[in-house]
Write a protein that binds this ligand. Structure first.
Ligand SMILES: NC(=O)c1ccc[n+]([C@@H]2O[C@H](COP(=O)([O-])OP(=O)(O)OC[C@H]3O[C@@H](n4cnc5c(N)ncnc54)[C@H](OP(=O)(O)O)[C@@H]3O)[C@@H](O)[C@H]2O)c1
Length: 287
């Protein structure tokens, strides 16, 4: 069987970078980033997909600046809501599979037990709303699409919670971190690894399993727990628990965003590790 060409968007991002790296030895990968495929430009998306004719499209690109989105509503909408629909249309035209990522921020966080895929959505901020609209746009097209909601993505590159805490830990004796928002940290490499494993199962198997899934490490944490796990057991820096009210931000966040992953596990036959184990692996990886 001919191996499919895979078009990856957002390949300079956390998940996209790892994906391009993991997929490249096994597939013909066309990795695009903002400079080569601007997801805010629907014509560019159509031209890119028709030019590459991929068997699989992985949309790892997204507008992820949660606070800035409150002021850049139109751009967040173009990238997170409109582009996924255009990609889905093009995937359907070609008979390709679209893999897309969404977020726990589609929920309002009022629950205290893990959200399953059927739980009612009610985003609290512009970013969450734009991602929910992206899910809906894909569903409306009816393409063969796998949509993976995940949460709290980190990695060793760029700016994210892990790299920020590592930097602050080197600079300060004390860091103050919100302890009243709970979720699950996810190492971008685990997400990319799971996606690669699913792609390796082949296009027909993916098409059969088209749908919405929660893809996340297990366990749960507050941001403060996550920060303490990052800095380790040493005396410094001291990680002080604070409330969301003590650290106001432009975008409101859900207080609880743990995703129930049993549908993913039953469908694909594997689970991501506990978040603490994934963090240990990430730390051991060094880079
Ligand atoms: N990060 C999280 O905590 C989190 C949590 C839940 C779900 N997710 C979802 O998981 C997926 C992967 O996220 P991630 O953490 O890998 O995000 P990320 O590191 O922010 O990567 C997203 C990439 O998309 C690119 N991008 C933004 N606007 C673009 C445009 N107009 N055209 C092309 N590319 C554009 C970004 O480029 P620039 O750097 O140039 O902007 C960035 O390289 C996304 O769907 C995200 O919504 C993320």
């Amino acid at each position: 069987m001919q191996r499919p060409t895979i078009l990856v968007t957002g390949a300079a991002g956390q998940v996209g970078f790892e994906l391009a790296r993991l997929l490249a030895p096994h597939f013909d990968v066309v990795a695009t980033e903002r400079a080569t495929l601007d997801l805010a430009n629907p014509d560019a998306i159509v031209a890119a997909v028709r030019g590459v004719r991929p068997g699989v499209i992985v949309n790892a690109g997204a507008y992820t600046a949660v606070d800035r989105a409150e002021d850049e509503r139109a751009l967040a909408h173009a990238v997170n809501a409109k582009a996924p629909g255009v990609l889905a249309e093009e995937a359907r035209r070609l008979g390709a599979v679209l893999i897309h990522y969404s977020t726990d921020y589609v929920f309002d966080g009022t629950r205290t037990s893990p959200y399953d895929e059927d739980a009612p959505t009610a985003p609290l901020n512009v970013y969450g709303m734009s991602k929910l609209e992206g899910e809906r746009a894909i569903a409306a097209v009816g393409a063969n699409a796998l949509v993976f909601r995940t949460s709290w993505v980190y990695g060793t590159r760029g700016r994210n919670f892990l790299t920020t805490i590592r930097r602050l830990a080197a600079e300060r004796d004390e860091i103050r971190i919100v302890a009243d928002q709970r979720g699950v940290p996810n190492w971008c490499r685990e997400l990319a690894g799971a996606t690669t494993r699913i792609i390796a199962g082949g296009v027909p198997a993916m098409a059969e399993r088209a749908g919405l899934y929660h893809l996340s490490s297990t366990g749960d944490a507050s941001w403060c727990d996550f920060a303490r796990a990052i800095v380790g057991g040493g005396a410094k820096p001291r990680v002080v628990a604070i409330t969301t009210a003590e650290y106001p931000l432009p975008a409101k966040r859900p207080a609880y965003g743990v995703l129930a992953t049993s549908k993913f596990e039953a469908t694909f036959g594997f689970a991501l590790p506990d978040w603490r184990d994934a963090l240990a692996r990430c730390n051991a990886d060094g880079e």
